[in-house]
Design a protein around this ligand. Structure first.
Ligand code: SF4
Ligand code: SF4
Length: 188
C-alpha cells in the first residue's frame, strides 16, 4: 500500500511552478509574526502596511483554527494586505519580496503528511487554488520537508502568541495586537 501511495506522489518531484500567479491573486495568505518581521525589515513598511485583519466572512478557514485572533471587532485572521484584487507584492507577475516572502508562499502548493515513523506518506498539491503547474522540473523531498518543518515551528510560536493574546486581551485593537507581537512602530 505504501509503495502505491509513494508511486502516486513521486511524479510530483518533477514539479515546476509556471508562474501563473493564481496563488498570489485568489487566496488570502495567512502570516505569522516572523513573516511580517522579515518583510518589515526588508522594505521599511510598518507591520500595519504589510497586513490586514480579515473577518470570517472573507476567509474560508475553520473558525476553531488557531490563527483566529480575538479583537474588539470580532475574530480576525492576520494575512497579507491585498491591492487591486491581488497580493500587494505581486508586480507584473513577480513577487517583489521574493527573498523575504512568507513561509506559506514558499511551501505552496505542497501538502505533506508523515506516517508514524516520520516517513513521508503523502505528498500532494493543495486544492486551495487551481495551480497551473508543470511536471518537467525537479524538486527534492528534502527541500519540501525542510520548509514544512520551518513552517510548523514558525506556526507553533505564533499560535502560542495568539492563544496568549486571546486569553489576556480579547477586546484589544489590531494596532494593540501588532504592538503585542513586538511591532512597536505601529502604536505611534
Ligand atoms: S508574498 Fe509574494 S509569493 Fe506570497 S502571495 Fe505575495 S506576491 Fe505571491
Ligand atoms: S498557482 Fe502554482 S503554478 Fe501558479 S504561481 Fe502558484 S505555485 Fe506556481
Amino acid at each position: 500500500m505504501k509503495g502505491v501511495k509513494k508511486k502516486r506522489w513521486n511524479r510530483l518531484l518533477r514539479f515546476r511552478c509556471t508562474g501563473c500567479a493564481v496563488c498570489c491573486t485568489e487566496p488570502i495568505v495567512p502570516v505569522t509574526n516572523r513573516d511580517v518581521a522579515r518583510i518589515v525589515k526588508s522594505n521599511g513598511q510598518t507591520a500595519q502596511q504589510v497586513v490586514r485583519f480579515f473577518s470570517p466572512d472573507e476567509v474560508m478557514a475553520d473558525q476553531r483554527f488557531p490563527l483566529w485572533i480575538s479583537l474588539r471587532q470580532g475574530k480576525r485572521l492576520m494575512g497579507l494586505r491585498k491591492r487591486r484584487g491581488h497580493c500587494q507584492y505581486l508586480y507584473r507577475g513577480r513577487c517583489r519580496v521574493y527573498a523575504y516572502r512568507p513561509v506559506t508562499c514558499r511551501l505552496f502548493p505542497f501538502n505533506i503528511f508523515f506516517d508514524s515513523t516520520g516517513h513521508v506518506e503523502i505528498l500532494e498539491i493543495s486544492d486551495a487554488v487551481e495551480c497551473d503547474y508543470a511536471l518537467d522540473g525537479k524538486i527534492t523531498l528534502g527541500a519540501v520537508r525542510t520548509l514544512y518543518s520551518r513552517d510548523e515551528k514558525q506556526d507553533e510560536t505564533y499560535f502560542a502568541k495568539v492563544k496568549r493574546w486571546n486569553a489576556q486581551r480579547p477586546n484589544g485593537t489590531a494596532k494593540e495586537f501588532l504592538a503585542f507581537l513586538g511591532f512597536k512602530e505601529d502604536t505611534q
